[in-house]
Design a protein around this ligand. Sequence first.
Ligand SMILES: [Fe+2]
Ligand SMILES: [Fe+2]
Length: 134
Amino acid sequence: MQWKDEYSVGVAEIDDQHRGFIDLFSVIDSAIGNRERWSEVFFKLEQLREHARFHFAVEESLMRIHGYPKLQEHIDLHKHFLAKLDQLQMTTLSRQVTMDTVQYLRDWYTEHMQGADRDYVRYISGAVRMAGGS
Ligand SMILES: [Fe+2]
Ligand SMILES: [Fe+2]
């Protein structure tokens, strides 16, 4: 899976973090494709979780600072992703994870970037402009 310009939300820092997700999904795919040990796949999913935690905290702080009205809704979406990731990680303990099982997370995140994330960025960009008085 490659980064596409259409994924951009228009804020370099956030785009860089989103690129991190795409990269990690590729790393996880390779690990599964190469039939690496479950512990390797588990470790890579753990890296995805660390990255997601950090990124979600950044986004939620931005939304809070700018008084984004759909903050709680967005937090719930992030929680959903982490819960699905938890399930997937538990799966690695008992059986072989396939690329299909990772596909759900990837599709979910791709949609999230282009939908909910774009929405809050649009809101806070407007809020910043208003605060700047232009
Ligand atoms: Fe995001
Ligand atoms: Fe988000």
